[in-house]
Design a binder for this molecule. Structure first.
Ligand code: NAP
Length: 310
């Protein structure tokens, strides 16, 4: 295998979102030889958030880009090594953890998994076909392409509402399609969306099919109460129907729930000794930057204790 020769780190962290960066800050300050592997941008989902209003210390809010940049700078300050690569497999060998990436193989005594989540697919005809041709999962990335367009946003959670509110800056018409008649999102986002004159709602409705030619042209929407279907002409659709953990590469190495969220105890310890999980990929009540930061610190401290006792 190409790339770096296997060398033993005290700690390897997989994922450079708020959980991973916090874990790295703590383990490098504890003078543990630490490697953080990130496959895209440091900051994870934060990087695609326009304004973060619920992370303490920023009374006027802070952009996702800025918070990511600040956390990255702080995490790297104490000697943590980083590489940009995709982890393909994790295994155990002689009490050590072996992490394979596309470019190399790395070995550590303690492993902290902070791989977060990715957007769940709606799973309807046309979704894959028109991805990038009118179908998007990221308003901050693609919103500007939809200037003066008619779009729909699917979902009723925090992602759907915050991204819809952001998209009102660009579009001419925006309809949120939600499968129930009550929103799941935090109350303040509900208030803002319900009172925004640019946002309309189609309640009790689901998208059945996405249609178009070279680009998206319409969606077929079904009312789940009446069974009635109708075709709505659009130029774009943003889909925010929840998140899926990025844990497939772990196979059966640690215990997970039926969706793939990693099961841990309150110290972020998984079912396998020396493997810890922190942040959104962990089964827990609340997935926020603040809870990821807390998890990262806990997992790092637990890893330090594990190494001291080992
Ligand atoms: P979520 O809270 O799981 O909401 C998913 C939404 O999609 C729900 O309204 C759900 O409907 C709907 N849905 C699920 N499957 C569907 C399907 N097949 N067809 C149609 N609708 C479907 O996901 P999220 O909004 O991505 O949020 C995920 C986590 O990130 C949450 O913990 C959230 O608080 C957090 N987050 C926070 C912020 C923030 O604080 N600023 C921003 C974004 C995300 P039902 O309601 O009927 O289940």
């Amino acid at each position: 295998m190409g790339g770096k020769q296997a060398e033993t780190y005290d700690v390897i962290i997989i994922g450079g979102g708020p959980a991973g960066m916090t874990a790295g800050l703590y383990t490098s300050r504890a003078r543990l030889k630490t490697l953080l592997i990130e496959n895209a941008l440091f900051g994870g989902q934060m990087t695609t958030t326009e304004l973060i209003e619920n992370y303490p210390g920023f009374p006027q809010g802070v952009s996702g880009d800025e918070l990511s940049r600040l956390m990255e700078e702080q995490a790297k300050r104490f000697g943590m090594e980083t590489i940009s690569d995709d982890v393909t497999e994790v295994g155990l060998e002689n009490g050590l953890k072996k992490v394979k990436t596309y470019g190399g193989e790395y070995v550590c005594r303690a492993l902290i998994i902070c791989t977060g989540t990715e957007y769940r697919k709606l799973g309807v005809p046309g979704e894959e076909e028109f991805r990038g041709r009118g179908i998007s999962y990221c308003a901050t990335c693609d919103g500007a392409f939809f200037k003066d367009s008619r779009i729909i946003v699917v979902g009723g959670g925090d992602s759907a509402l915050t991204e819809a509110l952001f998209l009102t800056k660009f579009v001419s018409e925006l309809t949120i399609i939600h499968r129930r008649d009550a929103l799941r999102a935090t109350k303040i986002y509900q208030e803002r969306a319900l009172s925004n004159p640019k946002i309309k709602f189609l309640w009790n409705s689901v998208v059945h099919e996405i249609k178009g030619d070279s680009v998206v042209r319409s969606v077929v929407v079904k009312n789940v109460k009446t069974g009635e279907t109708k075709e709505v002409e659009i130029e774009g659709a943003f889909l925010f129907v929840g998140l899926m953990p990025r844990t497939h590469f772990l196979k059966e190495l640690v215990q997970m729930d039926e969706t793939g969220y990693i099961i841990t105890n309150e110290n972020c310890e998984t079912s396998t000794k020396g493997i810890f999980a922190a942040g959104d990929c962990r089964k827990k009540l609340l997935r926020q930057i603040s809870t990821s930061v807390g998890d990262g610190a806990t997992a790092a401290f637990a890893a330090e204790k594990y190494l001291e006792e080992g």
